[in-house]
Design a protein around this ligand. Structure first.
Ligand code: IPE
Ligand code: IPE
Ligand code: MG
Length: 237
């Protein structure tokens, strides 16, 4: 079995999971945390190098203030509860996105957690929080423009490889497999640049129901893909 080095997941369907049970949406998000724990553990066991989870998109701030503030609270309590456990499992944590939106306490707790886990050598868990693929590309362009204005970089040296170095996932392996749960067939402004040649896997399973067996199914599907990257194995014309 070929294990993807980098798996990225759009964890969607928490609200629908709750609605189906006549529960408030937040209970779907809470249940979703259990699926996150399982996915992290399973990826660690399988030897996946990086797991990137879309937790909050740059557009999710447009939801009701109640839902947004409950999500911030949930993020804070999960960070507080799980950091030591992640440390025990040798997991490294990296948070990507514009953290300025988050309350100061969340920003501080997130920074502390990343610092505590910085030297771990097992799975890298990337949490995308207030992240947008378009924002990522724009912030890279901004960094490059500033460096060019300071004569630290030459416009002629900007190419695909140099540009990539300014993106949030620059230090991670290429995304091999992108999974989206809940049956929606779109990217919703998650990773854009980084999924140029990722294999895509969509499942109707709602995120709170996504378990290790579901992850195995996605990896199994990945193993049947013929990744050509635009080239052909046979050289015949
Ligand atoms: C994904 O679940 C979690 C976040 C976007 C924070 P949703 O909240 O989008 O759930 P649905 O899509 O409404 O079911
Ligand atoms: C994408 O799901 C964001 C996350 C899973 C964090 P959404 O539920 O926000 O996406 P849309 O609105 O269906 O495109
Ligand atoms: Mg959704």
């Amino acid at each position: 079995m070929n294990i993807p080095k980098h798996i990225a997941i759009i964890m969607d369907g928490n609200g629908r999971w709750a609605s189906k049970r006549f529960l408030p949406r937040i209970q779907g998000h809470q249940k979703g945390v259990k699926a996150v724990r399982e996915a992290v553990k399973h990826c660690g066991k399988l030897g996946v190098k990086t797991l990137t989870l879309f937790a909050f998109s740059s557009e999710n701030k447009n939801r009701s203030t109640e839902e947004v503030s409950l999500l911030f609270k949930l993020f804070l309590s999960v960070l507080k509860q799980e950091t030591n456990k992640l440390n025990k499992h040798n997991v490294k944590l990296k948070i990507i996105g514009n953290m300025e939106l988050f309350p100061q306490e969340v920003q501080q707790t997130a920074a502390d957690a990343q610092a505590l886990l910085a030297n771990n050598t097992g799975l890298t868990l990337v949490i995308a929080a207030n992240y947008g693929g378009q924002w990522d590309i724009a912030q890279a362009a901004q960094q490059i423009a500033k460096r060019a204005a300071n004569n630290e970089i030459n416009a002629d040296d900007i190419n695909i490889d140099t540009f990539s170095q300014y993106l949030c996932l620059a230090d991670q392996p290429k995304v091999d497999l992108l999974i989206r749960t809940s049956g929606e067939l779109r990217i919703s402004n998650f990773l854009l640049w980084d999924i140029a040649y990722s294999e895509l896997y969509f499942t109707d399973t709602l995120w709170p129901d996504f378990n290790p067996a579901e992850l195995d199914k996605a990896i199994e599907s990945f193993n049947h893909r013929d990744r050509r990257f635009g080239a052909r194995k046979d050289k015949a014309c």
